[in-house]
Write a new protein. Sequence first.
Length: 297
Amino acid sequence: MAEIIQKDGTWTFDGETLRLTPGRDKNVGLLRRTLGELAVPLEALAGISLEQGKKAGRLRLRLRDGADPLLHATGGRLAEPHDPYQLTVESDRYGVAEYFTEEVRTALLLEQIPSGPVTGYLLPGPPLPLSVSAGDGTVSSDGERVRLEWNWKTEDAKAAAGPRTLAVADLEGVEWQPAAGLENGHLRFLVRHAPTKVPAKYDPNAVELWGFKKDPLMALVAAAVQARLPHPSAPAAPALDGPRAPEADGPAPPGRAAEDDHDALLRRLRELGELHRSGILTDEEFTLAKQAILKRM
């Protein structure tokens, strides 16, 4: 096992999974602390690099495109303190960091892990239920529904409609944009067949973000919802020539069956992680069960 321990966090690698645990240093962002330990399967990695500076350096993980719903939802816009795939390394630990990097690269080579994009998420996303308050509202999700509630700072026209509940099945995407300079950010839920260009300040399907401390946590909600939407690179279900009545007692349509199976595998993966962390499953039992699930995914 390879391990590197820093004030910024601890990374361990057992040959199959990287465990990224945030540290307690004041420079660790709120999103990383809230997300907690992150288990990244080797199959999700595209590469690893070590950047060395005079006083400190940085380990960076590069994930395959489409492997992580958090990265997909944030589009590379997570600021450094909140990015779970970066680790600040003190200069006197460069030797350990180089060894860690070489171990991961060797495993990628031996296992012949491709660096190209994937067609299904390899990480489950943040656990649910989840509720975050920031900007002009509070967003909660249980995996099937998204609820938006407003506070005293909400624009009157939006608040007048009251709380809003959206079915995840009715969504086609999520937009998360952090505040930058004088431009406010937002978390917007894109409802199928209901496009809008209304600013987030007035959009009842969006929360406006002003750059305050808790704003990055909205990225967790975005990722949790994104993980339950069809993967953007998944093969589309074949089109039918005309409408067909559902077959009684017949198989589910291919697209729907694949989505249901993927969701079930994600739930099972999270359950296994909880059983392993609680000590019910040994390391060997967890590894075998996880490998079986990842092969099906």
